[in-house]
Design a binder for this molecule. Structure first.
Ligand code: 5GP
Length: 181
């Protein structure tokens, strides 16, 4: 089992890259089925920074015409959610009248998704779908439907495949879980 050290914390392999890719294949198939033949141009909204790797892998697999935009929010500090969601950047194009597919790295408490759903609807989007690479089902206690979930994980702090610990760890192609100290 591989280990990585990021600042003061050690992480061990949790989900190998092949499993992540398989899960992305499945979620992309589902999106392709649902959006096949659409006559509008749905917008894939990449939530920076964590979902860059997931978004790029997902996009390669999509077979319908779609636009791309990004937006940056922040709610995490170190390994803890602060509960307060800040809008830092974007969205980088108008969402008015669009069907928006939010592409998230991970849904934990769901505070970010609730804020996103509200902001995007306030901007006049016609519809909002949520697509997340990871979900912590034991933590999620909101009513918003999570339309596309690639993988479910227990409540533990993870890094890799776009996810960071204080900006480190995003570049690793596997997902790692924090080791008990
Ligand atoms: P929520 O608002 O659902 O509580 O948290 C969502 C955001 O918190 C994610 O977009 C991600 O940035 C961050 N987050 C939640 N859980 C984890 C985790 O286990 N590891 C990392 N690196 N970030 C997480």
């Amino acid at each position: 089992m591989k280990e990585i050290t990021l600042f003061d914390k050690t992480f061990k392999t949790f989900i190998p890259n092949e499993k992540i890719e398989e899960a992305i294949d499945q979620v992309a198939d589902k999106l392709n089925k649902d959006f096949e033949g659409c006559t509008d141009i749905p917008v894939l909204l990449c939530i920076l920074n964590g979902s860059i790797m997931f978004t790029s892998e997902l996009m390669k697999r999509l077979t319908f015409n779609c636009a791309f935009a990004s937006m940056k929010l922040s709610s995490y500090n170190g390994t803890e959610s602060t509960g307060e969601v800040k809008q830092l950047l974007g969205p980088t194009c108008s969402l008015k009248g669009k069907r928006v597919i939010v592409v998230e790295d991970i849904v934990d408490t769901g505070n970010t998704i609730v804020a996103l759903d509200r902001i995007i609807r306030e901007m006049g989007a016609e519809d909002v779908k949520i697509c997340t690479m990871l979900l912590k089902p034991d933590m999620y206690d909101k009513d918003i439907q999570l339309d596309y979930v690639a993988m479910e994980i227990p409540n533990a702090f993870i890094v890799g495949f776009g996810l960071d610990y204080n900006e480190l760890g995003r570049n690793y192609k596997d997902i790692y879980v924090i080791k008990e100290q």
